[in-house]
Design a protein around this ligand. Structure first.
Ligand SMILES: Cc1cc2nc3c(=O)[nH]c(=O)nc-3n(C[C@H](O)[C@H](O)[C@H](O)COP(=O)(O)O)c2cc1C
Length: 178
């Protein structure tokens, strides 16, 4: 299995990042190959609605999304990690989501598994609307949401004080065999 983690938080070693690390650690343990992208380190331009992708089945914008497209195409499992920002996703994650438009016509994400990672001050209840929103997006792409890890945490790295959350993340990662 190939597992790719997308970190949609600007905080390295923040809660999103640490939870994704644990999932990837679990996946590594059972022989999966893993990769992680820090979205805030990448140039992801906004979708320009040029509609070229609808004809050419690929995006012609020449930025770091081209690297991500390549990885996503080859992944079996994709982790979308974003802190809850204003009851929604982070701005960088939204830029990435908008750029998934080629997949509505080339269908290359169809059948792939998704894990959602969403830390927030308020915890699971506050994340429900965002989960619903993501579900809608993944449905349209033919992807299967298999796990949503919504953890209550505020300070940078706070999840390190929550062994249960880390264990949950590790177990999710381990569930993806070779
Ligand atoms: C701009 C911004 C908006 C936020 N909005 C919410 C929110 O609507 N609800 C909530 O529970 N937490 C909110 N938070 C808190 C973060 O979701 C929380 O601190 C999270 O653990 C950050 O994850 P990270 O460490 O991966 O960056 C917000 C934080 C920021 C910076």
């Amino acid at each position: 299995m190939k597992v790719t983690g997308l970190v949609g938080s600007p905080r390295k070693k923040g809660n999103t990042d640490l939870l994704i690390d644990k999932i990837l650690e679990g996946a590594n343990q059972v022989g999966s190959s893993t990769k992680k992208f820090y979205l805030y380190d990448l140039t992801i331009l906004p979708c320009a609605d040029c509609k070229k992708c609808l004809k050419e089945l690929k995006c012609s914008e020449n930025d770091d999304m081209q690297r991500i497209y390549k990885e996503l195409d080859q992944s079996d499992v994709i982790i979308f990690g974003t802190p809850l920002y204003w009851n929604s996703m982070s701005a960088k994650m939204k830029l990435l989501i908008d750029r998934l438009r080629p997949y509505t016509v080339n269908n290359k994400l169809r059948g792939k598994k998704v894990i959602l990672v969403i830390p927030s001050d308020e915890g699971y209840k506050a994340c429900k609307d965002l989960i619903k929103l993501f579900k809608n997006i993944f449905n349209r792409l033919g992807m299967q949401l298999v796990e949503s890890l919504c953890v209550k945490a505020h300070e940078k790295g706070e999840v390190l004080k929550q062994p249960k959350s880390l264990e949950n993340a590790y177990t999710i990662g381990k569930s993806f065999g070779k």
